[in-house]
Design a protein around this ligand. Structure first.
Ligand SMILES: [Zn+2]
Ligand SMILES: [Zn+2]
Length: 104
């Protein structure tokens, strides 16, 4: 048994990592999560089927819609704020990472 990776958390786990309560606060953990990857891929695939290679933009940051082949699924609510299981939006990779940087 190993303790949860969250400092001060007393929960013991069978594998190294975080307990269920702290797991969703770790964006890096979610990035590696297979089910989450699959969910993101499905959202992007569905968007492509409907709109093609098109970034819909992000109005709140003034990011205008544009043609884009490097699309990724973005969390409407940042993962760090508990949005890990929330709805996903399609956005270009550069804007997605820019939004992520501003969250942290
Ligand atoms: Zn914990
Ligand atoms: Zn874009």
């Amino acid at each position: 048994m190993r303790p949860c990776a969250e400092p001060g958390c007393p929960v013991l786990l069978r594998k190294a990592g975080r307990c269920q309560k702290h797991r969703r606060y770790s964006p890096t953990y979610l990035e590696r999560d297979w089910a989450e990857q699959k969910r993101r891929a499905a959202v992007v695939a569905k968007h492509r089927a409907t709109h093609g290679d098109w970034c819909p933009g992000w109005p709140s940051t003034g990011h205008a819609p544009h043609a884009c082949t490097d699309l990724t699924a973005a969390h409407v609510v940042a993962v760090a704020n508990g949005g890990g299981a929330g709805p996903l939006l399609v956005l270009c990779r550069s804007e997605n990472s820019r939004l992520r940087d501003s969250d942290e």
